[in-house]
Ligand binder design. Structure first.
Ligand code: MN
Length: 199
């Protein structure tokens, strides 16, 4: 049965320097993301065993592990492709996405401030996410705690930043704010626009 695999990065481990160090990218992708992929696969195995009556463990504990690890895998997969080396990444969005940002936030600068504030103020470990809800024709920003708390259901992740300490601490120490401010230089707007256009 097909399960989850660690997707390769679309660039080398040192490609986001000096914004995100090679050491962080290597550990973050090959250790942390891999652990979520493995955790999701293990939770699926435990579910299959439970279904066959071989593993009468607490269903709540299995589903909690599945939610945490699968959400971690999915968010990291978007996060990697949301970034590109400085020079290719950064700058401003274009096209339809730029128009929608201006409609919903007033300006790109205001959007950046809203998203940065959300990222800097996640309590403990989590993410900031930009989503689009076609029902309301609305872009908005939300926070995720851990990998799986506070998500509005059934809305696509267009742009996200990981603000777990493992995403920045080896380089930025406790200065999450500096990491978030610098991160805008590696945002791959082509990828965000592609995700927006597919909705
Ligand atoms: Mn992470």
């Amino acid at each position: 049965m097909k399960k989850y695999d660690l997707p390769p990065l679309p660039y080398s481990y040192n490609a986001l320097e000096p914004i995100i160090s090679e050491q962080i990218m290597t550990l973050h992708h090959s250790k942390h993301h891999l652990a979520y992929v493995n955790g999701a696969n293990q939770a699926i195995d435990r579910l299959e065993k439970a279904r066959r009556g071989e593993n009468p463990e607490n269903i709540r504990s299995i589903l909690r592990d599945l939610s945490f690890n699968l959400s971690g895998h999915k968010l990291h997969a978007v996060f990697w492709t949301n970034m590109a080396p400085p020079g290719r990444g950064g700058g401003n969005p274009g096209g339809k996405l730029a128009d929608q940002i201006i409609k919903d936030f007033g300006s790109f600068e205001i959007f950046k401030k809203v998203f940065s504030d959300a990222a800097k103020n996640v309590e403990a470990s989590g993410w900031a996410v930009l989503t689009y809800d076609p029902e309301g024709d609305l872009l908005f920003v939300y926070q995720v705690e851990k990998h799986n708390l506070l998500h509005p259901p059934d809305l696509p992740v267009l742009l996200t930043i990981d603000v777990w300490e493992h995403a920045y601490y080896l380089q930025y120490k406790n200065d999450r704010g500096a990491y978030v401010d610098n991160w805008w230089n590696v945002v791959n707007w082509d990828d965000v626009d592609k995700r927006f256009s597919k909705i």
